[in-house]
Design a protein around this ligand. Structure first.
Ligand code: SAH
Ligand code: SF4
Length: 355
């Protein structure tokens, strides 16, 4: 038995809640009652779980905590309607989540770690280094709280906020199970996308456990260039990454996605586009090209719009399905790669890979 307040009940997967119920000689339907109170009704205390017996509520109270794991510190709204939320964790660290409303979608970009160990040279989060993994409750509360603050429900989730989700695989899988279980948050796995910089063994492990969309941050067409801007490539080079990505079981009728951040004069030449076209030709996939979002103190620039269009045109000539991803929320530093919270005690340094 855990000490009171030791574990947040939202750190438990659906299976773990069921095990808890059964281990305490209660009926399996209790697990569904708990999930309803936690995720559909959003109660703040066990006593509000009114269809559970007093004894069972006391047992829950004794075993778990139920406080929100995040405190909202700031909400910023961009000219384009994008909203950025700055949350404080119980240990004082900060993370950010970004809500991106679009015609029929309301997409939440979620953080999975405080900082990131991978040190990609174009990414603000990478300048911080990894401070720690987020717990499942801290990842889920981003969704639950932002949903509560907004009239329109969140329809899609992308793990493209701060951190490398596959460097926090166990917690990520728990969260995906809570998000998709029909008795929990019941989101379609087709509406969830995990973005990774390319941790090859973890891509395989994720695919063995869940079926969600996968976005692979490729960002360079050759090992030589990728080694330079994404140090993880030295460990898992492009050939291995492509093999793992192609074998990933994306949901039915969905495509494997590649992301390619365009950095002016670094990876945006015609030759780069042709090399990328040849590399991906014939693979069933979509590519998102993302013009670099400038963020001080990163040393890169965004290419001209003409360059972006030319790069796209070359990829299309290889019959590749390619889209330019509009930058949303850049005026509030809410766009991809601009998230770094404020980290009061941490000085921003040159990006450095830690793994
Ligand atoms: N760690 C994961 C998910 C978070 S980064 C990953 O790397 O995929 C999410 C996306 O933002 C990645 O595709 C990354 O390449 C992109 N990105 C990082 N910094 C950026 C920047 N300054 N401008 C545009 N995109 C950026
Ligand atoms: Fe980490 Fe992704 Fe940023 Fe690379 S791009 S430093 S993996 S968050």
């Amino acid at each position: 038995m855990q000490d009171k307040n030791y574990i947040n009940i939202k750190d438990l997967s659906p299976q773990e809640i069921e095990d808890f119920v059964l281990n305490n000689n209660s009926k399996p339907f209790r697990a569904r009652q708990i999930s309803k109170w936690l995720y559909k009704k959003g109660v703040d205390c066990f006593d509000d779980m009114s269809d559970l017996s007093k004894d069972f509520r006391d047992l829950l109270e004794f075993s778990f905590s139920l406080e929100p794991s995040l405190e909202l510190e700031q909400e910023q709204v961009s000219e384009d309607g994008t909203k950025k939320y700055l949350f404080k964790l119980s240990d004082g660290n900060q993370i950010e989540s970004v809500l991106i409303p679009d015609k029929s979608r309301n997409t939440l970009c979620i953080s999975s770690q405080v900082g990131c160990a991978l040190g990609c040279t174009f990414c603000m989060t990478g300048t911080v280094g990894k401070i720690r993994n987020l717990r499942p409750s801290e990842i889920l509360d981003q969704y639950l709280l932002v949903n509560k603050y907004n009239e329109n429900a969140i329809t899609n989730i992308v793990f493209m906020g701060m951190g490398e989700p596959l460097d926090n695989l166990e917690n990520l899988v728990k969260v995906i199970n809570v998000l998709t279980d029909p008795n929990y948050l019941a989101l379609s796995p087709k509406r969830i996308t995990v973005s990774t910089s390319g941790l090859v063994p973890q891509i395989k492990k994720l695919g063995e456990q869940v079926s969600v969309n996968l976005a692979v941050s490729l960002n360079a067409p050759s090992d030589e260039l990728r080694d330079e801007i994404m140090p993880i490539n030295k460990r898992y080079p492009i050939k291995e990454l492509l093999e793992a990505s192609i074998n990933f079981p994306v949901p039915n009728r969905k495509y494997l996605m590649f992301e390619y951040v365009l950095l002016k004069d670094v990876n945006d030449s015609d030759i780069d586009a042709h090399t990328l076209g040849k590399l991906l030709r014939g693979i069933k996939c979509k590519i998102n090209i993302i013009p670099f979002n400038e963020a001080y103190p990163l040393p890169y620039k965004s290419p001209s719009w003409d360059r972006v269009l030319k790069f796209q045109e070359i990829l299309i000539s290889y019959r590749i399905n390619v889209r330019i991803r509009k930058s949303r929320g850049s005026d509030i530093l809410g766009a991809c790669g601009q998230l770094a919270a404020t980290y009061p005690s941490i000085k921003v340094k040159e990006p450095q890979a830690q793994i």
